[in-house]
Design a protein around this ligand. Sequence first.
Ligand code: ATP
Length: 283
Amino acid sequence: MSHQPPLPPAPVPSAAPDRSAPPPGGQPALSVRGLVRVFGRPGTPDAKVAVDRVDLDVPRGSFFGLVGRNGAGKTTMLSMATGLLRPTAGTVRVAGVDVWAEPRRAKQLMGVLPDGVHLFDRLTGRQLVTYSGLLRGMDREVVAERAEDLLRAMDLLGDAGTQVQDYSAGMTKKIALAGALVHAPSLLVLDEPFESVDPVSAANIRGILHGFVAAGGTVVVSSHVMDLVQRMCDHVAVMDRGRVLAAGTVDEVRAGASLEDRFVELVGGRRETGEELSWLRPE
Ligand SMILES: Nc1ncnc2c1ncn2[C@@H]1O[C@H](COP(=O)(O)OP(=O)(O)OP(=O)(O)O)[C@@H](O)[C@H]1O
């Protein structure tokens, strides 16, 4: 019999916090550093810098609006932040977890409503929400209960057995949102969640999102509707031409003006006359 040196004692799990790790509450819900996305071959005339060295922190527990003109880079940035589009450069962390180094762990923390959602639209609404939960490894019974709750909250119970391909644009948005919520993520990233959604459903969704934030969750929404962002969000970032021009609390960014006026001031590009469309007159 050989004599082996005694093994060191197994580490005893301790309730004491690990002081070498940053406190869980201290990490931003979403943190972006030096994020770049170039479409087309860099250095060629068709290269397009859609996101240009963006740094941004989304505080935990905030309701964060991302605003910008058409083509400002919002969707491209959110796609990279949620692991859907590979950055040309830069890092993205969700609660400290590197989205591109540990995608599975990061995606478990996130619920995502992408722009122009491509859903499995041959499924019914109920199947789609169920499938989203099962894909996340959730228990079948829990998924079934939550699917009913979400269908009710989105006012889709009556259409739960209809295939998603037969849904209207607003219904599709709502079912996709239900799918993003089913695993109770801690961060929700929603690209234009209110587009095509009727006012009653929009108010219901806002209620759900406010409840989610009140319970400690974080929401990031992109929108063109300044008034909505001013009323709904507590933080905002203004993007233009791939850069973040201003970010902070809504009150900091709007600096006493309305968010819309401040946005136009930051971004510019307002045309005063419309003279170039002088032919556009009714007969
Ligand atoms: N796949 C792609 N290939 C080439 N260029 C792209 C691609 N996707 C986006 N772009 C370009 O990147 C820029 C940013 O687009 P993006 O969709 O991120 O803007 P956005 O702020 O979300 O706009 P909108 O408010 O109109 O949705 C635009 O100039 C767009 O033409």
